[in-house]
Unconditional design. Structure first.
Length: 191
């Protein structure tokens, strides 16, 4: 088992995956940070760090680069660019990325979640995706997705993912925490 005092979960507090990972972090007694910006709608707001427009802007990237990297286009707007910028801060502060989503045929992950995955690849962070359609975990290794069963590392764990979390996704999160840290009830008896 890893030392829970050395695990720090960081996310953007969005509905679905991020909120569910945050709830699990709380249940298992892990340090948690939610990155945000003015006007950001969050489903989970524990230990919020609000980034100024200037700080948020440090994650700015050409949307053409995002579209090229993702192999698809998104409807542009201020909301999308702010989420893209926020993902930069979540990923750049982390040691590994965990996400729930759907791996596409081109190797990217569906939706905005995919940009967090692409950033982690660019920054050479280990990337773990629970594919809700295949109901299994995959890790990016040797330029391809390989099935594997991850555990949380000691260090900073970035989280992003679908807002449409399924029951299989919820179970995958709980199983990940139990595999890494034991049963949540052990937190009460250890503290």
């Amino acid at each position: 088992m890893i030392n829970r005092e050395r695990v720090h979960v960081i996310h953007g507090g969005h509905k679905g995956t991020e909120a569910e990972f945050g709830v699990a972090a709380g249940k298992w007694g892990l340090k948690e940070t939610t990155l945000s910006y003015v006007g950001h709608d969050m489903a989970r707001s524990e230990n919020v760090e609000v980034l100024s427009d200037e700080e948020l802007g440090k994650g700015r990237v050409s949307m053409e680069f995002v579209f090229e990297r993702m192999g698809r286009r998104f409807v542009q707007g201020k909301g999308l660019s702010r989420v893209i910028n926020l993902l930069f801060h979540v990923v750049v502060r982390s040691d590994e990325l965990f996400t729930i989503g759907s791996i596409q045929s081109n190797g990217t992950v569906k939706g905005g979640t995919g940009w967090g995955v692409e950033l982690a690849k660019l920054f050479n962070r280990p990337v773990h995706v629970f594919d809700q359609e295949k109901e299994g975990w995959f890790q990016w290794a040797d330029a391809d997705w390989k099935a594997h069963e991850p555990t949380l590392p000691e260090g900073v764990v970035a989280v992003t993912g679908t807002r449409s979390l399924t029951d299989a996704g919820r179970v995958a999160i709980t199983d990940l925490f139990e595999r890494s840290l034991g049963a949540a009830s052990d937190v009460a008896t250890a503290g």
